[in-house]
Write a protein of this length. Sequence first.
Length: 68
Amino acid sequence: MKPDSPLLKILACPLDKGPLLLDERGGALYNPRLRRSYPIVDGIPQLLPSSGVPAVAEEPAVESAHDA
């Protein structure tokens, strides 16, 4: 799926019905509100609620610098 695909404008998260972002590195659609990622298999987004997986949250470098 390409970032400028018109399909991205109409796809929505199956849980909160909000817009999704394309994560090209992971080959998935990402919902930042719920922090869930939905895989794209053979060019087809898997948008069933059960196919969403929690996305791994990365800590910002600023926060980790304060902890040291």
